[in-house]
Design a protein around this ligand. Structure first.
Ligand code: CUA
Length: 226
């Protein structure tokens, strides 16, 4: 979960989010190198006094400064495509969770286990306990096992919503009349917070998502007591 003054990405809780962070750092490094180089060139333009009245063309330098940026872009494009296809891969999920976006709450269905289903509403500020997180905690949390592949099916009942968990690198739109799919793998226990990230109406900001990542035996215990 993001706390005060955390302007970067959250710590990852899944291998794919780890890869996304690596890619972000890689792209940022290239961006910094370009900015420094161009900044230096622009700065130096103020101080030079080279004048050449007969300069009309420079084929070689034109070739260099056209092809070089194209090559640099390839160093971003290929890792980006690799990640894009990696995120789309489904690796034999052991649990499937269906989440349906409503105005303005999420409802969940564990279709693998005697059709457990429940709604998940944000806890209003005036009902929050002292250790609760304002605008981020819900009354019914999703419980899912760590160290297993989990498939998420996302849809919506009214308008477009988006099921987004930053620490897991998951962001899927829930669209009425469609069923979207994604998957993730949580590599540590804990609480992972998310929010809707598709502008879905007046209370868009108030439909958070909370995942309880627990060991498999705790998950089985939880699911069989429901
Ligand atoms: Cu649902 Cu924004």
């Amino acid at each position: 979960m993001s706390t005060w003054a955390n302007l970067g990405l959250q710590d990852s809780a899944s291998p794919l989010m780890e890869q996304l962070i690596f890619f972000h750092d890689h792209a940022l490094l290239i961006l910094v190198m370009i900015t420094v180089l161009v900044g230096y060139l622009m700065f130096m333009l103020f101080f030079n006094n080279y004048v050449n009245r007969f300069l009309l063309h420079g084929q070689l330098i034109e070739m260099i400064w056209t092809i070089l940026p194209a090559i640099i872009l390839l160093f971003i494009a290929f890792p980006s495509l690799r990640l894009l296809y990696l995120l789309d891969e489904i690796n034999e999920p052991s649990v499937t969770l269906k989440s349906i976006g409503h105005q303005w709450y999420w409802s969940y269905e564990y279709s693998d286990f005697n059709n457990i289903e429940f709604d998940s509403y944000m806890i209003p500020t005036n009902e929050l306990s002292t250790d609760g997180f304002r605008l981020l905690d819900v009354d019914n949390r999703i419980v899912l096992p760590m160290n297993s592949q989990i498939r998420i099916l996302v849809t919506a009942a009214d308008v477009i919503h988006s099921w987004t968990i930053p620490a897991l690198g998951v962001k899927v739109d829930g669209t009425p009349g469609r069923l979207n799919q994604t998957n993730f793998f949580m590599n540590r226990p804990g609480l992972f917070y998310g929010q809707c990230s598709e502008i879905c109406g007046a209370n868009h900001s108030f439909m958070p998502i909370v995942i309880e990542s627990v060991p498999t035996n705790y998950f089985i215990k939880w699911i069989s007591n429901n």
